[in-house]
Ligand binder design. Structure first.
Ligand SMILES: [Ca+2]
Ligand SMILES: [Ca+2]
Length: 134
């Protein structure tokens, strides 16, 4: 029940964020805000516990990541989705690697970028507030 309501809330938030992007900017450019919820191409699934356990939070978009190290997709705050300071592991998809950040808007300590991580480490456990996919 808790997971279901989190995802529903995330989908609504993501739709609002995505709707703000003009169609002309929807081409595969860098630093594009991610959609959240179970839609489109999955970039990364973040998990509440280590080893991909507990509740999950999915970030996605209309297309995947390219093969360059620069940032393709990002989400500057997890707060509106209810996922601030929860993430302990993640699984990447669509050629995306993930870097998680301690604070909103890619501030503080960071971990990554990795395709998968069964545990983000003691320094970043339950601290992720924003993330970037490259
Ligand atoms: Ca956790
Ligand atoms: Ca944090």
């Amino acid at each position: 029940m808790r997971v279901r309501s989190l995802l529903a809330s995330a989908a609504l938030t993501g739709a609002a964020v995505f709707g703000a992007v003009a169609p002309a900017q929807a081409a595969p450019t860098n630093d594009t805000d991610q959609d959240v919820g179970a839609l489109a191409v999955v970039h990364v699934v973040l998990y509440q516990h280590g080893n991909y356990g507990g509740a999950s939070f999915t970030l996605n978009g209309d297309y995947g990541c390219d093969t360059n190290a620069d940032v393709d997709w990002q989400l500057g705050s997890y707060s509106s989705s209810g996922w601030n300071d929860i993430v302990s592991s993640f699984l990447g998809y669509s050629d995306c690697q993930t870097r998680v950040w301690e604070h909103d808007n890619y501030g503080g300590a960071n971990y990554g970028a990795y395709t998968n991580s069964s545990y983000v480490g003691d320094a970043m456990n339950d601290k992720t507030s924003s993330s970037q996919n490259s």
